[in-house]
Ligand binder design. Structure first.
Ligand code: AMP
Ligand code: MG
Length: 410
């Protein structure tokens, strides 16, 4: 146990490590067309089947020539034009030059390009009045990417920055991992779907919409079982079905003390589930384990807790299951403009707004009331303010760690 561990509470990092240790990528490899590959994860390295550029070409609109021809004179004779897509195929005598457009192939007998702004053209007499460097303004074959070079590695999730790179290499299909299928449902007798009236004591189910919103940015196939009442038979039925149909089952609610009885009974029939109390705020109750065919994440019912534990714990574990190479979340130090009450023992994920001040320093402020059911402060925020487990109260002006939201929450 570390200095500030609270007996009975599992530190967040330890929980995540245990989860990562117990899962692996079991996804089948499939082929997808490059335009449809966004968000999928590469099952192989992508190696380039071509040189990029594929030929020496001009970086400028200008004139191509042999630098040696300018040793004794400053004027050359224009003999033709090379366009992008239409190379100049003719013979270029000594003392000759061609007009060349950006991207047009440089004939193999020429070695240098001068930009058009630096020459004086008089009919077919082209005068070169500026100093030149042999080989200037030519983009060389293979200078960006060489034939056979690995440009993207297995385990990479493909972003909008990767797709054009792959297209530029002429690659039409890619071997990727089949996306995870994820079953979701909310548990609770008090929950109603949006668009229906509420009786006294009922609330709208928001967690399933959190899950949809986050998972839609995560390239998984979602199977939504809706709202399940706190009823043993109903839970048994849906857990059995979800376990058979999905790679991952994510629920919210029903994992806190006193609430867990039904879920625990059912899950114990289906697999090995740990009901944890995490040293995290918000989000203390959390369940994780393996069912006979799937991996289970039981998020707490409180909406902010559900979202925090989803992105901090379930998503990193699902990334590993999906075949993605683990990435360390981008975290920065910022000056806190807000004081925080806190005692050592739990890691706090407060919601904040960061900005860069006139001095170029990152400052961050709390978005206000941080209760685990308060969604307005989550909606207004652009980062987590992470107050480490061992940390006590924070005064305004102290340095804190922030984690700007990535594409899943942005
Ligand atoms: P539980 O974890 O089931 O004890 O729920 C904790 C709190 O979260 C209770 O106030 C629930 O009403 C609320 N809650 C549970 N599930 C949801 C949900 N899907 N959407 C919104 N609030 C919920
Ligand atoms: Mg409940």
């Amino acid at each position: 146990m570390g200095c500030c561990d609270t007996p009975g509470l599992k530190p967040v990092e330890q929980a995540l490590q245990e989860m990562l240790n117990s899962v692996s990528n079991q996804q089948a490899v499939i082929n997808v067309d490059t335009p449809q590959a966004l968000g999928t994860i590469l099952a192989n390295d992508v190696t380039s089947p071509v040189n990029v550029p594929a030929f020496d070409n001009s970086a400028m609109d200008g004139y191509a020539f042999r630098a040696a021809d300018l040793a004794e004179k400053t004027t050359l004779t224009l003999v033709g034009t090379a366009f992008a897509g239409t190379p100049f195929e003719g013979n270029i005598p000594q003392g000759g030059c061609i007009r060349i457009m950006t991207g047009a192939p440089v004939p193999s007998s020429l070695d240098t390009v001068e930009m058009q702004e630096n020459v004086t053209a008089n009919g077919d007499r082209i005068s070169f009045n500026h100093g030149i460097k042999v080989g200037q303004h030519i983009r060389r074959l293979g200078e960006d990417i060489q034939l056979g070079q690995a440009v993207l590695n297995q385990g990479k999730r493909l972003t909008p920055r990767d797709i054009p790179l792959i297209a530029s290499l002429g690659i039409a299909t890619l071997a990727v991992y089949h996306p995870l299928s994820v079953a979701i449902f909310s548990t609770g007798d008090e929950l109603k779907p949006v668009g229906t009236p509420l009786a006294h004591g009922q609330i709208y189910d928001s967690n399933r919409y959190s899950l949809h919103a986050v998972l839609q940015n995560f390239n998984v196939n979602i199977i939504d079982y809706g709202i399940i009442p706190d009823d043993l038979d109903a839970l048994r039925k849906v857990f059995n079905q979800a376990n058979n149909e999905a790679d991952v089952v994510i629920t919210s609610g029903g994992v806190s003390v006193g609430e867990a009885d039904y879920t625990k009974t059912v899950l114990d029939e289906l697999g090995e589930i740990g009901f944890w109390k995490l040293a995290i705020k918000p989000g203390k109750p959390f369940a994780f384990g393996k069912l006979s065919h799937s991996v289970f994440f039981g998020l707490p019912g409180n909406p902010v807790s559900a979202l925090v534990t989803l992105v901090q714990l379930a998503i990193p574990t699902m990334r590993a299951m999906a075949g993605e190479t683990p990435a360390v979340p981008a975290r920065f130090q910022a000056i806190s403009q807000t004081a925080f009450k806190k005692s050592p023992g739990r890691t706090d994920f407060q919601r904040g707004i960061y900005h860069v001040n006139a001095q170029g320093q990152i400052e961050v402020a709390s978005t206000g009331a941080q209760g685990s059911g308060v969604f307005s402060s989550m909606s207004a925020s652009n980062c987590f303010i992470i107050l480490e487990q061992e940390r006590g109260a924070v005064a305004a002006g102290e340095t804190v760690t922030i984690e700007p939201y990535d594409h899943l929450l942005q």
